[in-house]
Write a new protein. Structure first.
Length: 333
């Protein structure tokens, strides 16, 4: 089987695809309320996204994650999942999955499961409907709960991603962990990352180190370091009393780059080799040059050869500006 190996010897087996930069929510840490989105003409068609994803699969990618923006608000998105599921059937792909805010899951969970999607990541920062409205600005809590029910009913595994927000959900850490345990959901906490202008607030106001989250959990349970690894940035603990596993993604305080196995594609066909660096490769031009994939394959090879060693995120205390100008919704986290 083909394999993409970067200059630091890391095999690139995981592609994350932001299929749209649009979203039906406006989470305060992710977007400003009046976001400007990309002109539709710049966005790859679903057929073009399929072609690019398939090129990566051909070159050794074993896991595809659709994200955004909100992947499930892109019109006709299921046709992309339907198309890509052929790589699961052929055995070329181990996993096809998505990260979603859950708002449309009630509609799509069953079909996703039928196509071979086994697990979904659902972002949820609070169990309080009022806080939920304040964090997401436009989101409806009941709709997301309905989406989670549908995912469960369809047999999808659920991992809840919770961004730790100082003064917002720091009093809910234990409750979220208990609830996820009861529902049978995995749980991972994420630190706020300095990506994109978000309007009035700054990340410094929102930032809460996960060491504080751990400390809160440790007030109630015994946490044991886990050897569990998924090849991703999360580190895990096992809760001795409940057997539950809880993940922590700490980009600001822990460097996880040495085991990085992933690259990120935007909905305009730009490939970012690192979430925390500006360098990128344009795959849209070679894609649109002709129907033959040789140019695309070559462009992917060139890009992987430039994958940087790691990121240098920093929440700048003097300038109080994000260290990365692009929003998380461009690359999908
Ligand atoms: N809309 C989908 C969702 O919310 O799950 C997928 C895209 S969203 C950009 C992916 C993940 O990034 C979510 O879990 C969200 O909480 C997280 N995220 C967005 N902006 C972030 C930031 N500045 N720092 C840390 N996580 C962020
Ligand atoms: Fe939308 Fe996800 Fe960003 Fe929230 S985190 S605004 S749901 S893309």
């Amino acid at each position: 089987m083909a394999a993409m190996i970067d200059p630091y010897g890391r095999a690139i087996t995981y592609l994350r695809v932001s299929v749209t930069d649009r979203c039906d929510f406006r989470c305060v840490y992710c977007m400003s309320e009046n976001m400007t989105f990309l002109p539709k003409a710049e966005i790859l068609s679903l057929e073009e996204l399929d072609r690019l994803c398939s090129a990566f699969v051909r070159q050794g990618v074993r896991k595809l994650r659709m994200t955004g923006g909100e992947p499930l608000v892109r019109r006709n998105i299921m046709s992309l999942f339907r198309g890509l599921s052929r790589h699961l059937k052929s055995g070329a792909l181990d996993e096809l999955t998505l990260t979603t805010n859950g708002s449309q899951l009630a509609r799509y969970a069953e079909e996703l499961a039928g196509l071979g999607v086994k697990r979904v990541n659902v972002s949820l920062d609070t169990l309080d409907p009022h806080k939920f409205a304040a964090i997401t600005r436009w989101g409806r809590f009941d709709q997301v709960m309905g989406g989670l029910d549908a995912a469960k009913a369809a047999g999808l595994g659920v991992k809840v991603n919770t961004v730790a927000l100082r003064g917002v959900n720091d009093d809910e850490i234990e409750r979220l962990a208990t609830w996820c345990g009861e529902e049978g959901f995995d749980l991972t906490f994420i630190e706020v990352m300095p990506m994109g202008d978000i309007g009035g607030e700054t990340r410094l106001d929102q930032y809460m180190p996960l060491s504080m989250v751990r400390a809160r959990l440790a007030e109630h349970w015994t946490l044991e370091e886990s050897e569990h690894r998924t090849g991703g940035p999360a580190r895990y603990v096992d809760v001795r009393e409940t057997g539950q596993r809880i993940g922590f993604i700490t980009p600001m305080t822990h460097n996880f780059c040495e085991s990085c196995n992933r690259v990120r594609l935007t909905c305009t066909g730009t490939l970012y080799m690192c979430l925390g660096q500006e360098d990128a490769a344009d795959l849209r031009a070679p894609l649109r040059m002709n129907d033959d994939d040789a140019l695309v394959d070559a462009a992917i090879g060139d890009a992987i050869a430039r994958k940087p060693k790691g990121h240098d995120f920093v929440i700048d205390r003097r300038r109080r500006r994000p260290s990365m100008s692009r929003h998380m919704s461009v690359t999908g986290g």
